[in-house]
Ligand binder design. Structure first.
Ligand SMILES: [Fe+2]
Length: 239
């Protein structure tokens, strides 16, 4: 999406929030992605974020994520995207053993902290394989975030090396030249992505002392239910 209003949160609120009910998460209904001197999450630092999907520790992750660029950085922060389905299909064909491990072994994903407004604590946790298949054995969802991956795995010690090897192969495949798209979001642009298929990340960035225009993205999540609901409503009106 291009040429969206440049003010704080405007895109989220005008283009999506007013039309669609956002997915309320531990990051609230919409959230600011900025480097923060007291970060509560790696996203709120200037460190590199490796490719991941969001909220893997929820039983039902949000289907869509919108990342709206309010302020571009001149000091890094290049956005990265990779199609997890494409990587999974390639593995299914070329390395079925790894595909089998990634689609059958459930990993734990966890996040705990304090809600920003209420200060109530949260301890979110879910178990799932990185590649989820439907009943027909078709690829349905990707869930991968190495920074929220818990220490627990659903198998015994004899399988640990196999799992780590599979994770490493998956992670390396994401960053292969043919699978990775990277570009700087410009002010007023918003990336809208399928959070259970497309992985996103960013290069590291810095905020020099005295910088008045630090990198600033505004984010929000939406469930597919809300999208399909809206589509049905519009279709019904057009008939
Ligand atoms: Fe993210």
């Amino acid at each position: 999406m291009h040429n969206i209003i440049h003010s704080i949160g405007a895109a989220c609120r005008h283009r999506a929030y007013k039309l669609l009910k956002s997915f309320g998460s531990n990051f609230s209904n919409d959230f600011v992605v900025k480097s923060n001197p007291e970060p509560t999450n790696l996203a709120f630092t200037g460190y590199r974020l490796h490719l991941h999907t969001d909220l893997t520790y929820y039983q039902q992750e949000p289907g869509i994520q919108i990342l709206h660029c309010i302020q571009k950085s001149e000091y890094g922060g290049i956005s990265e995207f990779a199609d997890g389905f494409k990587v999974a299909y390639d593995l299914q064909k070329e390395d079925p053993e790894t595909f089998d491990t990634l689609s059958t072994v459930a990993l734990s994903f966890v996040n705990h902290g304090l809600h920003k407004s209420s200060k109530a604590d949260y301890v979110l946790c879910d178990w799932k394989p990185i590649i989820r298949l439907n009943q027909e054995g078709e690829i349905q969802k990707i869930a991968f975030n190495n920074t929220t991956r818990g220490a627990w795995m659903s198998v015994g010690p004899d399988k640990i090396k196999t799992i780590y090897r599979a994770i490493k192969i998956f992670n390396s495949a994401l960053t292969k030249k043919e699978n990775l798209i990277s570009f700087a979001l410009q002010q007023g642009e918003a990336a809208c992505l399928n959070n259970t298929r497309v992985l996103h990340g960013r290069s590291a960035f810095t905020v020099p002392p005295g910088c008045q225009t630090p990198r600033h993205l505004q984010g929000m999540y939406i469930d597919w239910d809300e999208i399909y609901s809206r589509m049905r409503g519009i279709t019904a009106k057009l008939k």
